[in-house]
Design a protein around this ligand. Structure first.
Ligand code: KIV
Length: 271
């Protein structure tokens, strides 16, 4: 019997059981009440309130500018809409790196002010102290390795990561360190599929890939990308399930036309 069909509420324990059973985990981002409600009702396992809100919702070029207050606003809206999915919230840039007490304070604010169930942090051994401290407060932590967008100025480019031996070895040892420290899951972004498969076998927590092939325990995409609301971003790993940009523009154009031609409102649409 499928686990995902039978759980009323997805927890970190359910996700681990799904990995052990070989059931794939489906994760998407959401940043507001209306979309989160639809995504949750459709049966998603994890909703990520990603710091990609910085790009998608606020129009910034990178994820660096978004603040903890901004993330709390988005996450609280998503939690209000969610009945089944596990809600994970990104700790934004500058709220956890190099300061484990600061990391704990940021994570506590997210848990208290949003009602979310877990936080996600980018990085490997460098952030283990922060991860440990957050876990010590009973807050579940998800890791994120590979292309970590908060480090874009260090990488200088959004190309696929860990194609060389040295970076691949570091990524593997970072994954093992995060799993040993107690992370409940790990996002692997834009790395070779074979490496993602190796990492998935080497650790006992679920891996969720984005541009990391099929040998991982689950997949995540940015909602606005997979719905075709954003059009300018077209990496190879992105499958578009709809062309909502066209549909929305078409609906808005029809409305404009109706207003201008005095076709809206009609007699039935007034008091
Ligand atoms: O912020 C985000 O949307 C993410 C996903 C791309 C994994 O971290």
């Amino acid at each position: 019997m499928s686990l995902h069909k039978n759980v009323k509420r997805v927890t970190t324990h359910v996700l681990l059981a799904m990995k052990l059973k070989g059931e794939k985990i489906a994760m998407l981002t959401a940043y507001d009440y209306s979309f989160a409600r639809l995504v949750d009702q459709a049966g998603i396992d994890i909703i990520l309130v990603g710091d990609s809100a910085s790009n998608v919702m606020a129009g910034f070029e990178t994820t660096l500018p978004i603040t903890l207050d901004n993330m709390i606003y988005h996450a609280a809206s998503v939690v209000r809409a969610t009945n089944r999915a596990l809600v994970v919230v990104d700790l934004p840039f500058g709220t956890y790196q190099g300061n484990s007490m600061g990391a704990l304070a940021s994570a506590i604010r997210i848990m208290k002010e949003t009602g979310a169930s877990a936080v996600k942090l980018e990085g490997g051994v460098e952030i283990v102290e922060s991860v440990e401290r957050i876990l010590s407060a009973g807050i579940p932590v998800m890791g994120h390795l590979g292309l970590t967008p908060q480090a874009i100025h260090k990488f200088g480019t959004y190309v696929v990561r860990a194609t060389g031996k040295e970076e691949a070895e570091k990524l593997k040892s970072d994954a093992i360190a995060l799993a040993k420290t107690g992370c409940f899951g790990l996002v692997l972004e834009k790395i070779p599929a074979s490496l993602a498969g190796e990492v998935t076998k080497a650790i006992n927590i679920p891996t969720i890939g984005i541009g990391a092939g099929s040998e991982v325990n689950g997949q995540v995409l940015v909602l606005h990308d997979m719905l075709g609301i954003t059009q300018e971003f077209s990496p190879r790993f992105l499958r578009r399930y709809h062309n909502l940009q066209m549909e929305i523009k078409g609906a808005v154009q029809n409305y404009i036309e109706d207003v201008r031609s005095k076709n809206f409102p009609n007699e039935k649409e007034q008091y």
